[in-house]
Design a protein around this ligand. Structure first.
Ligand code: DAH
Length: 347
């Protein structure tokens, strides 16, 4: 390259480079311009420096002088643009700090979970521990060991899904009574929460898969008095100073059997839609554990006696929160769930 052409090229590099650096509107654009103009690999200043090698010996001092001028000018222009841009951005905040903050989304417990935890808390204080069993059961644990005779009408209410290989989805949490009795020596006091499954239509008061809580108390000398006293303490704690009543009933695995009603908290017993005009809400089935159940589990029924109960926490949630239809509990509708989560606080 001759000197004339080199000087022209130096002018062009200086002119284009200055324009690129000056027009960069933010630090990212300035950095891109720096790489294009002053970059070590493909920068135009670098190319200009390389072109010096093709200049003849006598022209080199003049060409080198011009190169240094151009490079120094572009470098100092880059420095001053960089300083100016950082002054601009640090001087004024980019976000509008006066905007209200975005509220963090906070999860909450489901109303049925709240009820179960509250019930567990009450029974824990009465000396009960928690026991669990499998949802997929054998016919023996679900029915046989619980003294359901084959073809007994009580089985009609317990239709369920039968699994390949002979198992079934348990229709109640009562089989865990037997499993617990097989595993532990009395005295036994356990609370057994878990899912139960039935071939029921999904309607205002039934769900085909629903939670149950079973209770079991076995020791020497346990009588029906203990059953009534314990369940009355529970009802008083859970429902406030509510009245209870026991009605004779039938379950194959208890003898005698009783259902417990609690006076309706919504109408105070005068009768309303929530209690279907009766003034009472049915909350659980209970009874003295049948000797045949104790024997099936290998427990000496001459030495030990005890009582059991089974209740549906979804039904309790309904009466607790005045919910008209059980299906709402399964809808996952946040507008509903948030109301209860909000009113229940951090229980
Ligand atoms: N397992 C019964 C059911 O699901 C409920 C029940 C009744 C459980 C009486 C008990 C009991 O432990 O004593 O219908």
């Amino acid at each position: 390259m001759d000197l004339q052409a080199y000087l022209q090229e130096a002018d062009a590099v200086e002119r284009d480079g200055s324009a690129a650096l000056e027009s960069a509107a933010d630090t990212a654009a300035l950095e891109a311009a720096r790489i294009a103009v002053l970059g070590d690999r493909q920068g135009r200043v670098k190319a200009l420096q390389e072109a010096l090698r093709s200049i003849s010996k006598e022209d080199k001092p003049a060409a080198g002088k011009r190169f240094n001028e151009a490079r120094t000018k572009l470098e100092s222009l880059h420095e001053s643009r960089k300083a100016a841009l950082s002054r601009e951005t640090s001087g004024k905040p980019r976000e509008d700090l006066s905007l209200p903050g975005r509220k963090a989304w906070r999860g909450a417990k489901h109303p049925v979970t709240l009820v179960i935890e509250e019930i567990e808390g009450i029974f824990r204080e009465l000396g009960f521990t928690i026991a669990l069993g499998p949802d997929a059961e054998t016919e023996w644990y679900n029915f046989g060991a619980l003294n359901f005779p084959p073809n007994h009408p009580a089985l009609d209410a317990h239709d369920t899904l039968y699994l390949e290989g002979g198992g079934l989805l348990r229709t109640h949490t009562s089989p865990v009574q037997v499993r617990t009795l097989q595993k532990f020596e009395p005295p036994i006091r356990v609370l057994i929460p878990g899912y139960a499954y039935r071939r029921d239509f999904f309607d205002a008061s039934h769900a085909p898969a629903f939670m149950q809580i079973e209770g079991l108390c076995i020791d020497e000398g346990i009588s029906f008095v203990d059953l009534k006293a314990t369940l009355n303490v529970f009802a008083a704690r859970f429902f406030g100073a509510a009245k209870t009543r026991f009605r004779p009933s039938f379950f194959p695995f208890t003898e005698p059997s009783a259902e417990m009603d609690v006076q309706c908290g919504i109408c105070g017993g005068s009768g309303c839609a929530a209690c279907k005009g009766t003034g009472w809400i049915e909350i659980l089935g209970s009874g003295m554990v049948h000797p045949k159940v104790l024997e099936a589990a290998g427990v000496d029924s001459e030495r030990y006696t005890g009582w059991a109960f089974g209740m549906g926490p979804a039904r309790m949630a309904i009466s607790r929160y005045g919910i008209p239809d059980i299906r709402i509990l399964y809808d996952s509708d946040m507008r509903f769930l948030e109301q209860i989560a909000g009113s229940a606080g951090d229980r």
